[in-house]
Each structure stands twice: as structure tokens, then as C-alpha cells.
Design a protein. Sequence first.
Length: 180
Amino acid sequence: MWCTCAPLGDRLTPVAISPKLLTEGESVVVDTRTHPKVLVGQGLVLVITLALAIFLDRLVDNGIGSLLVWILALAVIVWWVIRPFLDWLTATYTITTKRLITREGLIARRGHDIPLMRISDVAFDQGIVDRMLSCGTLVVSDASTHGSVRLHDIPQVETVQRTLSDLLGKLHESPRNDDA
């Protein structure tokens, strides 16, 4: 399952974020990455590259030419198939009881945390293909000057939006513990 969405009492164990990174009393509510539909292009590149390499290998009869064909095919596969797959695999979106966490990158990591208290609106966009695949863009507006954050190709986007809205509603209903 690409998206673990559950009511607060039925949370699934987190996959993307280490439990040691959570603060006291914080738990994972939604844990997901972008929809696998983003990998369709890489799959096509892989099939076309392999077919072309096999064709050229049969066409070129000498060892050096054949070696060059496969080195070029390997370079294409590494750059246009493996690299995007690793980017997809390491990009995660996590909603906890206290914040929205985005993480991406294999070697150089980049992350963004938005406390739920700062989120002012949650919406989603879905095109016709997104509706058929049950994914879409989650639009999170916060109370900063940055405006909104768009999380593209979120699986089960309506469920995620509803879950986040429920969390925000419960957060705003509960009494504040600060001196404000």
C-alpha cells in the first residue's frame, strides 16, 4: 500500500520517518510517497532503451561497437531510469499529530516541516487521470508569507485531505496550552 491513512486510533506503523525523529506525544497519521504513476515514463524508457540496445547489438558485429552500445544503454538507464526511481523512492510525505513533514533525497537530504498550528487551509486538485488512479495534488496553505505548498501525485488524496482537515479541526477545538 502506497499510502497509510488510518483514523487516529488505527494508525499503521510509520515507514518513511524514523520514530526517533518524532517529538514526545507525536504519532504518525499518514505516511506516503508520490503515486507510482510517475514511474510509467521511466518504465517506457527502460523498455525502449533495452530494445534499441539489443537491436543495435545485433546490427553491430564487432566487440568494441557492441560494448559501446551497451555502455551507452547503461548510461541512459542509470540517468533516466534508476536516478528518477531513487528520487521517487526517497521522497516521502508524513502527517503526524503535530506537523506535516516532507523529506526527499538519497545522498543530500532536503526536508520541510510545517506545524499543523500554522496550516490555514487544505485543498486538493484532481484531473481526470488522477481520479481514475485515485491520486491528486494536495494543496496546503499555511499562515506564512510562503503561501501554499503543493504536494503532487498523492495517493488517495481525498482521504489524506479529509484526515488532515480532521486533525486541524481537532487541533483548533482543543484548549491551548501556551500563555497566549
